[in-house]
Design a binder for this molecule. Structure first.
Ligand SMILES: Nc1ncnc2c1ncn2[C@@H]1O[C@H](COP(=O)(O)OP(=O)(O)OP(=O)(O)O)[C@@H](O)[C@H]1O
Ligand SMILES: [Mg+2]
Length: 307
């Protein structure tokens, strides 16, 4: 495989035909090609078991691909993992701060280990702990903290690092709404400073809020890459109306999805959506109209396969 040069071509991460088969039978990744640009927040979406964690573990050199290669700032994860590790910091899925280590221990020690001098490490650790609302908790042993606090502690340590590429596997799972917003704004800030951020999530609002671009993978294969708007455009309707299922005359609409006692009706124009909401209101029923969402696109792209 042709090695990439170190010249600055604007790419931070390039995955080339990355495949991973576990135990010679589970094909977790099938020849995935992907490119992430410097300074962007790039989100990977996909159903459970799609291969997101496998992909991130390969990018951060925890796992070797079965075939193919990926380049982080030009360094191959296969041939030069040491150089790759120098440029990345990672929050693994489900990782938690543990034992009697404190949030300060994690953030400050991580900065020292990455080669910062003590004053810089102190400054970076404080900045990151404040950003993650963990400054007041900095001296607490991890074992005394809540699940969300433990998670925020690890995110703070990653954010404190000077690594140009940050990888976060479901960073906000288990975080409350305020904690999530803090993570989003901190990731956006770091990207604006030039860091490249790759994360995974199951939350469509998060993907929409935080990402410059996103990729959807399913069953180990890349389904699509683009901005939120690019991906929403893959839905052949512009609007959706949510209304009580029993009040919908299905024969009038070409696409209706039922979710329990509610139905999502897909429509071409704002006029049709307004008319439908008006009809429901006249009947004393509740209905809501909005443009189609990222979730509509996601379900359409991978939904048939996950039932
Ligand atoms: N160590 C392993 N040994 C065998 N199979 C594995 C291993 N790790 C993952 N798999 C399988 O590989 C596939 C991809 O798993 P992966 O953890 O990458 O999915 P994911 O997209 O991160 O899912 P989730 O959203 O549930 O975290 C799944 O079928 C999973 O069961
Ligand atoms: Mg995962």
């Amino acid at each position: 495989m042709e090695a990439l040069g170190k010249e600055d071509n604007g790419s931070a991460i390039v995955a080339k035909e990355v495949s991973k088969t576990y135990d010679k039978k589970v094909e977790a990744l099938k020849s995935v090609n992907m490119e992430m640009r410097k300074g962007e927040v790039f989100t990977i979406l996909g159903p459970n078991g799609a291969g997101k964690t496998t992909f991130l573990r390969i990018l951060c050199t925890q796992l070797m691909p079965t075939s193919g290669d990926a380049f982080i700032l030009g360094d191959s994860v296969v041939n030069n993992p040491k150089a790759v590790r120098h440029n990345i910091a990672m929050v693994p899925q489900d990782a938690m701060a543990y034992s009697n280590f404190t949030p300060w221990d994690y953030a400050y020690t991580f900065c020292l280990l990455r080669g910062m001098d003590k004053p810089t490490a102190k400054r970076k650790a404080e900045e990151a702990l404040r950003a993650m609302l963990m400054w007041d908790h900095r001296k607490r042993p991890s074992q005394t903290m809540s699940g969300g606090e433990k998670r925020r502690s690890l995110i703070a340590a990653t954010i404190a690092s000077d690594a140009p590429v940050l990888m976060l596997d479901e960073p906000t799972s288990g975080l409350d709404a305020i904690g999530r917003r803090n993570v989003w704004s901190t990731l956006r800030e770091r990207a604006a400073q030039g860091k490249t951020i790759i994360l995974t999530t199951h939350m469509m609002d998060e993907a929409e809020m935080v990402s410059d671009r996103l990729a959807i993978i399913n069953k180990g294969e890349l389904v699509t890459v683009g901005t939120t708007n690019d991906i929403k455009k893959m839905v052949p309707f512009k609007y959706r109306v949510i209304a009580p299922e029993e009040a919908i005359d299905r024969s009038r609409y070409s696409e209706v999805t039922t979710i329990g006692d509610r139905a999502v009706v897909y429509l071409e124009s704002d006029q049709e959506a307004l008319e439908m909401v008006g009809e429901m209101l006249k009947k004393g029923l509740h209905a809501e109209a909005s443009p189609v969402t990222l979730e509509d696109a996601f379900v359409r792209l991978v939904g048939e396969d996950i039932g």
